[in-house]
Every structure is written in C-alpha cells, then in structure tokens.
Ligand binder design. Structure first.
Ligand code: GDP
Ligand code: IMO
Ligand code: MG
Length: 426
C-alpha cells in the first residue's frame, strides 16, 4: 500500500484543494485529517468553481472514496450544506463519503465563544469564527461531543448538559447568554439523523484500505505555520496541520506513510493576525492580492500578501519531512520586473535560517533579488516550457530549502498544471 500526505507548507490557502483534486484519480481513498470548516479548499474544473470546507477535495472523482477523519471537528450543518450542494451538481456522496464517528462536533456555543473572544481581545488572532478553538478545547478536556453521539439521543442530552455546565462561567464572563441545552439537543439529534447514512467506523475503513494494499491520499488543512505546535504560536489554529497530524487524525501509522508533499504558493499569504516577516504593505502587495484573487475562501477577508519566505518553507520541509514541493500560483508573479525571496531572517544581529521560537515579528528578512518574467504561463504544461527566469526561480527554491519541486500550478483550473504525474509512483 502507499499513503501520501498533502500538507500546506505556509500559512494556509496554498492550493491544497486543487492539488488533491489532481491527485485523487490516482488514489482509492482520500482522508481529510485535521481542522474543520475554517478551511476553504477551492476546485476549479472547466472554469466552474467549488469551495469545500469539510468534504475531501477528491469528491469529484466518482471512483474515489472520501473520509472525514477523526482528527477533524465537524459543523454538521455545514457538512449537510456541502453534501446538498454537491448533489445539486450531480455529484453523489452516499456510499462514497464516510464521516468518522470519532470526529468532534462543533456546537453553537463553540462559535459563540470564538466570536465573543475575538470581539473582546486586544490582540485578536483573527480566527475564522467557526468555533474551531473551543471545539478542540472540549476534545482535549475530554468533554467533547463526537459525531457518533449525535445518533443516540439519551446520552447526547446528558453529555450536552455536562458540556454546557463547563462553558457556563466562560460565556457569562464574556457577557454572553448560555444557549439552551434542550434546543441544541433537538437540533443536533435531527442533524445526526440526516447524516446517519454517512457516520460510521472510519478507523476500520482506513485499516482495510491499508490491508488491501490501497492508495491513500491524506488531505491536510491549514498550513505548517498555522500548526498548533510548529507554527507562529499563539497566532495559529488549534490542530496539528503538519504531516505528522495525519497519523492521529486519519488513524494510520507513520510507517504506512510513503510520501509527503508540501504545497506552497510562489509567494506568501496569511489571513488573520500574527507575524508575517515578508508582508508587503504597498503596491506590490496589492498587485499580488489583485492578480492572485487573494480573498479568503471561507470568510472573504483580504489575505495579507508578501514575498516568498524561504525560511518558513525550509521549516516546513523539516517538520513535515517533505519529499517534494508543489508550487502553485506561479502565474501570479508574471509582469513583476524583479522578485525578492527571503533567504534568511536577521534578529539581534544574528542571521537565522530557521524561524526563531518567538519574536518572529521582530525579525528583518534578508532578501535576494531574482529576475522576473513577462510571459503568460497558463499554457505551460512542463517545467521546461516555463520562461527561463521562472525556471531559475524554482531552482532557487529547491536549492534554498533542499527539496525538489514536482508539480507547478500556473492557473486555478485543473488543466492549468505543469508536470502532473502519478504521485504514488514518483
Ligand atoms: P487551499 O485552502 O490550500 O485549498 O487553497 P484555497 O482554495 O483557499 O486558495 C487557493 C486559491 O488559489 C483558490 O482560489 C484557487 O482557485 C487558486 N489557485 C490555485 N492554484 C492556482 C494557480 O496556480 N494560479 C492561480 N492564479 N490561482 C490558483
Ligand atoms: P485552509 O485549509 C488560511 C487561520 C485564521 C486565523 C487562524 C486561527 O483553507 O488553508 P481558526 O478559525 O482556525 O481558529 O483561526 O488560522 N486559518 C486559516 N488561514 N487557510 C485556512 O485553511 C485557515 N484555517 C484557519 O485565519 O489566522
Ligand atoms: Mg483555503
């Protein structure tokens, strides 16, 4: 068997959805292993756009089964909406989509607390307000509600009451009103009923795929720099977005993972607060935002834009054990006369090749200037068809971070891709 992890190598929104959609036809099973509806993964097929928040990005390929794994946190209403939207497009999910009974449920008060905290904080994280942090808090505190719980009304009521008791002082302290447990119970039991045909034993499904020599694609959400342990803490999400998170989040052993591919934009973006050393608060930043349509797929917020940060990417190569990088949005850099790439940080007179433990906001990026190109890249289907300056740009990335670049994406559509090959036989 082989299992390939696709992980965001920056601050999210690198184009993971597009790459998973491209690789899914080579896989038997796609498993989303972390995060929740904070993610927004965009697929563009024949000019038609689809944004998925919870359902794996392999869902458009009918022979591929999809699992939302135990490491995720699920807002059942969002999931149902996605299932229905796919149905309206003629994409059937029944018998192809399995939701882990162990995945935790995002409850109304998780979203309420997320919003109230963001509104009251002086140093807000800039979360997506999808209740992600509070839901993972419940999971770690061992009082969470899991998808399997939605299918059994009487323990659900008892568990919900205990859960709400724990949040009561927090919500009151934030000036909010505690929601009524009976109405949550009724609403969530109904949602559970509607999802009954999808919720099941994902652990066994993954084990069987391993035992039957299947090809498994593990789909990450967010990105390495947003990972709870490896990112720019505390300006991070609340889960392990990194490749290692795929083991616990999908229920697969590290010895089963055969390859890790990191997705990175040809520049850098970040949504929300927190340090961003190469951020461009100028016309070039705006040009990247305009050319790259850099507005959040989940919240619509303008993304902060900046030069490619090779220090962050080097870190991603290390902590994910990347075998390969897929570069996306190379087309967005076309027409810029010169391109800066951040090869190191400077902090207190010292040159750093990896991100420091803290004070990332105090570093000064050290840039090298590379030549730009004018050409439209969208018809390039192989790396050697790219303008020489673009080929040099990619070679420089490989040299600086010590990892080969495989696939290169030159536009949002499935077709706009250079060097696509079977990722299980690379
Ligand atoms: P994800 O969260 O990593 O799946 O990424 P998002 O879908 O949130 O954001 C990536 C955005 O870039 C989406 O709007 C994609 O359609 C778009 N995109 C992906 N690859 C390319 C590319 O090579 N060029 C351009 N111009 N857009 C791309
Ligand atoms: P995909 O999978 C980009 C960011 C938020 C915020 C921080 C914490 O589409 O790449 P949270 O709601 O998770 O508590 O917010 O993480 N964030 C993302 N940024 N892409 C994402 O997902 C993100 N998911 C969370 O903007 O800064
Ligand atoms: Mg996204």
């Amino acid at each position: 068997m082989s299992a390939l992890v696709i992980v965001g190598a920056q601050w999210g929104d690198e184009g993971k959805g597009k790459v998973v959609d491209l690789y899914a036809p080579y896989a038997d099973l796609v498993v989303r292993y972390a995060g929740g509806a904070n993610a927004g993964h965009t697929l563009v097929v024949g000019g038609e756009k689809l944004i998925l928040h919870l359902i794996p990005s392999g869902i458009l390929h009918e022979q591929t089964k999809c699992i939302v794994g135990q490491g995720t946190v699920i807002d059942p209403a969002v999931l149902l909406k996605e299932i229905r939207a796919l149905g309206e497009r003629g994409v059937s999910t029944l018998a192809r989509l399995l939701i882990s009974q162990r995945a935790h449920v995002v409850l109304p008060h998780h979203k309420q607390v997320d919003e109230l905290r963001e509104a009251k904080s002086h140093d807000a994280i800039g979360t997506t307000k999808r209740g992600i942090g509070p839901c993972y808090e419940d999971k770690v505190a061992r009082r969470g509600i899991r998808m399997g719980d939605l299918l059994d009304a009487s323990p659900l009521g008892t568990k919900l009451e205990a859960n709400l008791d724990a949040w009561r002082p927090v919500i009151e302290d934030l000036g909010g009103t505690l929601p009524d447990s009976t109405s949550i119970q009724t609403e969530y039991a109904e949602l559970g009923e509607m999802l009954r045909g999808y919720i099941g034993d994902a652990t066994s499904a993954v084990r069987e795929a391993v035992q039957s020599d299947g090809k498994i694609l593990l789909e990450g959400a967010q990105g390495t720099m947003l990972d709870i342990d490896n990112g720019t803490y505390p300006f991070v999400t609340s889960s392990n977005a990194v490749a290692g998170g795929a083991c616990a989040g999908a229920g697969i052993g590290p010895t089963h993972i055969t390859r890790a591919v990191g997705i990175a934009k040809a520049y850098t973006t970040r949504v929300g607060g927190g340090p961003f050393p190469t951020e461009l608060d100028d016309d070039v930043g705006q040009q990247l935002r305009d050319a790259g349509a850099e507005y959040g797929s989940t919240t619509g917020r303008p993304r902060r834009c900046g030069w490619l940060d090779l220090v962050a990417l080097r870190h991603a190569v290390a902590v994910n054990g990347l075998d390969e990088i897929a570069i996306t949005k190379l087309d967005v850099l076309s027409t810029l006369p010169t391109l800066e790439v951040c090869v190191a940080y400077e902090l207190d007179g010292q040159r750093l090749s990896h991100p420091p433990y803290e004070r990332i906001d105090a570093v000064t990026p050290v840039y090298d200037t590379l030549e730009g190109w004018d050409d439209d890249l969208s018809s390039c289907r192989a790396r050697n068809e790219l303008p020489v300056a673009a080929q040099r740009y990619i070679e420089r990335i490989e040299k600086e971070v010590g990892c080969p670049v495989g696939l290169v994406s030159v536009g949002p559509d499935r077709e706009d891709t250079a060097d696509l090959k079977d990722p299980f036989y690379s």
